[in-house]
Design a protein around this ligand. Structure first.
Ligand code: ADP
Length: 167
């Protein structure tokens, strides 16, 4: 098992699958979703249109098109709500668990994850990272995995709390 944390842009990773923090329409959005659609090209949106959306906590797979990654695992994180912390936590865990299950089903040996829900969806970054690390360690034990942190704040948290996972 190898999990590492890096500061970077997930669209540049040549892994078997990258995870997209999508919205439930799967028709593109801002943040990492927008970056993935721009880098993968218009054929990605065409395939996404055939999928009929995706409920929060679940995951769907498409090809990677112009990305170096072979597959994209689209998962929909919860919109953070402090009054429903437990529910948000369960849904965020499901995102990691279901993405990893879909990767295994498609014989992926390497996956790159963004910090799901920790952008526009407002999940506190410290908690989002704790959930990411524990779920990936638990469910993706056999795979080569990386959490790709795009923003400086998230990367600072990782350096502080998970220095052993920083390359
Ligand atoms: P969500 O709606 O699930 O919060 P966002 O895309 O707004 O999704 O943010 C999720 C995380 O992805 C944030 O931590 C954001 O900084 C990060 N992010 C944005 N662009 C990229 C990228 N190109 N590569 C990796 N992570 C990214």
């Amino acid at each position: 098992m190898a999990l590492r944390i890096e500061h970077g842009d997930i669209t540049k990773y040549g892994v078997d699958a990258i995870v997209n923090a999508a919205n439930s329409s799967l028709l593109g959005g801002g943040g990492v979703d927008g970056a993935i659609h721009r880098a993968a090209g218009p054929e990605l949106l065409a395939e996404c249109k055939t999928l009929g959306g995706c409920p929060t906590g679940e995951a769907k797979i498409t090809k990677g098109y112009n990305l170096m990654a072979k597959w994209i695992l689209h998962t929909v994180g919860p919109i953070y709500n402090e009054n429903r912390k437990d529910e948000c936590e369960e849904l965020l865990k499901s995102c990691y668990k279901n993405s990893i299950a879909l990767a295994l089903l498609n014989e992926c040996k390497s996956i790159a994850f963004p910090l799901i829900s920790a952008g526009v969806y407002g999940y506190p970054k410290v908690e989002a990272l704790d959930i990411a690390v524990s779920c990936i360690q638990r469910f993706a034990d056999e795979m080569d995995t990386v959490i790709v942190l795009f923003d400086a704040e998230a990367y600072e948290i990782a350096k502080r709390n998970y220095s052993e996972l920083i390359a």
